[in-house]
Design a protein around this ligand. Structure first.
Ligand code: PGA
Length: 245
């Protein structure tokens, strides 16, 4: 199966820079038509990116986060139905650490997203301290404990992103990722029917770049990647996709 590439642009690109990126996509259509790509611009650029990409409907556009509320008095925040998108990321480690989001909030966001958009990316992963304490699986169990009993036909992507690999240039080893993905796979197998499991994908994220992607893509169980900094630089993202041909 072709790998799926989710580009998390975080707060790297403003609206104009996002549009410049999209115009480079449009001049390299063939590459972007032959790959499964999802783009997560900053909220303020979603609308412009969506309209600039209207002729490339295979590229999904999503939100990097959503509020725990669907509407109301929440100054500066964005609900999952504030704009039409294909997907939403919840539980990213930067939200967990910078915005102090706990499992209860992430569960609410997951529910809001699952009932509103086609696919939701739930990020999970241990910190370096937790890894050193041999607590990886305990942390994953806690982060997976918020999974709902059914997905109502929606797609769920579980992105394993060890926090120590995000933005650090450190990529987890293939063996380590393999072990963790099989743990996650067993956990979801015990929760869901085969029909629901067919709507769940497993991703890896954490310093994925043009040098690591080829070897990472040989990992069994891996359906795709959540790419941060390398996805916000057109040349780097293009090279990642080229490696997959
Ligand atoms: P990175 O970020 O690729 O810059 O490490 C990944 C992520 O945060 O999803």
């Amino acid at each position: 199966m072709n790998k799926i590439f989710a580009a998390n642009w975080k707060m790297y690109l403003n609206e104009q820079e996002s549009l410049d990126f999209v115009s480079k996509i449009l001049s390299n259509k063939h590459l972007f038509l032959s790959n499964k790509v999802m783009i997560f611009p900053s909220h303020t650029a979603i609308s412009s990116v969506k309209s600039a990409l209207q002729n490339l409907s295979n590229i999904q556009v999503g939100m990097q986060d959503c509020d725990i509320e669907m509407s109301g008095a929440v100054t500066g925040s964005n609900s999952i139905n504030s704009i039409f998108v294909d997907s939403c990321i919840v539980g990213h480690s930067e939200r967990r650490t910078i915005f102090k989001e706990d499992e209860k909030m992430i569960k609410q966001k997951l529910e809001n997203s699952l009932k509103t958009v086609k696919s939701t990316i739930l990020c999970i992963g241990e910190t370096l301290e937790e890894k050193k304490q041999d607590e990886t699986f305990k942390i994953l169990d806690k982060q997976l404990s918020i999974l709902p009993s059914t997905l109502n036909g929606k797609k769920l992507i579980i992105a394993y992103e060890p926090v120590w690999a995000i933005g650090t240039g450190l990529v987890a080893s293939n063996d380590y990722i393999k072990e963790v993905l099989s743990y996650i796979n067993n956990a979801i197998k015990s929760l869901y029917s085969d029909e629901i499991l067919s709507n769940i994908n497993l991703f890896y994220g954490g310093s994925v770049n043009e040098s690591s992607v080829e070897s990472l893509s040989t990992i069994p169980l891996l359906d795709g990647f959540l790419v941060g900094s390398a996805s916000a630089d057109f040349k780097k993202f293009e090279n990642i996709l080229k490696k997959m041909r």
